[in-house]
Design a protein around this ligand. Structure first.
Ligand SMILES: Cc1cc2nc3c(=O)[nH]c(=O)nc-3n(C[C@H](O)[C@H](O)[C@H](O)COP(=O)(O)OP(=O)(O)OC[C@H]3O[C@@H](n4cnc5c(N)ncnc54)[C@H](O)[C@@H]3O)c2cc1C
Length: 419
């Protein structure tokens, strides 16, 4: 036991953020409320919207009506000091269905970019507009990826040129695979402001849908997450006011000047957004994995072959035991990273990437195991596990592929520029 002299004084102790796995009553109530919506509204509609491959506006409207979709609720979920409420909400909703879940939560990526890079005034102006109102909900899109800039975000070719006389920016380029691209009211667009500076010259801009020159390109037909709209976005001489640059011109000029002097600038605009949202994306993957595990467990306790329940075979029981263990392990990584992000504890060992990597891989693996446990039924569209498997695969690809997460972790732990 430390002597009194060695014990930190109470002021220092109070400043240290603490982590607890014990959920507050409020968190439990929110979890149960979201679960009720996922079970009663989302899951029964999942098959239909997966087949239709359309944005489920009626369900977004219903979520908005009960206060699950909207600026105020997102503020409440993200504002919880433990950092656990938002991943809990995501896990429950995506347990219901990932395609519909993404149609509801996809706006969060644009909102996170505005919150992370915009001024307080910009946040107050634009984030509520991303969500619209309970009567007329809207969605928003975050547009970083391009046909030749996926993992390699530094290769972004979309440009933003400033005209000081009119205080306007002109944005030109083509964005790829944007969730809600073209149907969003607000597009947050990552563009190059100075080609010489590579990714250090990137900045984030608000491009509202009524800006002349912005339009949806091809809508992407996908393997999974099919109720979530994904499309290219074309930006052709889009002129926007100077105030639509997130963070403002003064801050951008200061940052670019530092980079030109050879000083280290902050990381890329797109990367900053992804770092903050990775645990949240991990929580979505967890929801899919848990849905598959629970379904497979129930099925294995019912299905009989050779005169006994299939769960009475160790190979099936052990698979389920491992699924439960891996899902719980992934959740601990997600909750840790989410707590760290909310409490300003730096991701020194790329804990955000660890959480997303683990949860994404577990989701793909667990949903595949679930298909195996259901046998032929697992492979048909009459049962939901094949959809969950299709949905899960995106979690090893978007917001940084599994390989890119490993790269980030490897660089963080080694301090080396591993290629
Ligand atoms: C459904 C969906 C929704 C999306 N939503 C959005 C969105 O809202 N906004 C947005 O900006 N983008 C979005 N994306 C794009 C997504 O982020 C990219 O697809 C992803 O970053 C991967 O880029 P890529 O597809 O170009 O793959 P590539 O970068 O071409 O990678 C191909 C393969 O090569 C590997 N690889 C590449 N470089 C390396 C390396 N250095 N070391 C080891 N392996 C490497 C990758 O891991 C991968 O396996 C979405 C994509 C999809 C499919």
């Amino acid at each position: 036991m430390a002597s009194t002299a060695e014990t930190p004084n109470s002021a220092e102790t109070a400043a240290e953020p603490t982590f607890s796995l014990a959920l507050t009553q409020d968190q439990k109530d929110i979890r149960d409320w979201v679960h009720g919506f996922a079970e009663g509204v989302v899951r029964p509609a999942a098959h239909e919207w997966d087949e239709r491959e359309e944005t489920p506006w009626p369900i977004i409207q219903e979520a908005a009506k009960i206060g699950l979709y909207g600026w105020e609720s997102m503020q409440q979920f993200a504002g919880d000091p433990s950092g656990l409420t938002l991943p809990i909400v995501q896990e429950e909703l995506f347990w219901g269905d990932a395609g519909i879940g993404m149609a509801i939560m996809g706006t969060g990526l644009a909102a996170a970019a505005i919150a992370g890079q915009g001024s307080w005034e910009q946040l107050m102006e634009w984030v509520p507009r991303c969500y619209g109102t309970a009567e007329e909900p809207k969605v928003a899109a975050f547009c970083a990826s391009e046909p030749n800039a996926g993992s390699d975000v530094s290769n972004i070719r979309t440009t933003a040129r400033y005209d000081a006389t009119s205080d306007t920016w002109t944005v030109n380029g083509q964005k790829a695979w944007a969730t809600n691209g073209g149907i969003a009211d607000i597009h947050v667009v990552i563009a190059q402001t100075d080609k010489e500076l590579g990714s250090r010259g990137h900045a984030a801009f608000i491009v509202p849908i009524d800006t002349p020159g912005i339009e949806q390109g091809a809508k992407v037909k996908k393997h999974g997450l099919r109720a979530s709209h994904t499309a290219d976005v074309h930006l052709d001489d889009c002129r926007i006011p100077g105030a639509y640059l997130l963070g403002g011109k003064e801050k951008l000029d200061e940052r670019l000047a530092r980079v030109r002097e050879g000083k280290r600038g902050k990381s890329q605009a797109a990367m900053q957004t992804f770092e903050a949202t990775r645990p949240i994306v991990g929580a979505q993957a967890l929801g899919i994995a848990r849905a598959a595990y629970e379904y497979a467990l129930d099925y294995a306790k019912e299905r009989e072959q050779f005169g006994r329940k299939i769960i009475e075979n160790q190979s099936i029981a052990f698979a389920l035991a491992n699924m439960k263990m891996e899902i719980d392990a992934a959740r601990l990584l997600v909750w840790r990273a989410s707590w760290m992000a909310r409490n300003g504890v730096p991701f020194q060992d790329a804990e955000g990437s660890m959480s997303k990597l683990k949860a994404g891989e577990v989701a793909v693996w667990a949903t595949e195991r679930a298909i195996q446990i259901l046998g032929g039924n697992g492979y048909t569209r009459e049962f939901p596990v094949e959809r969950w498997h299709r949905d899960s695969k995106i979690y090893t690809i978007f917001e940084g592929t599994s390989e890119m997460q490993q790269l980030v972790i490897a660089r963080a732990i080694s301090g080396l520029r591993i290629a």
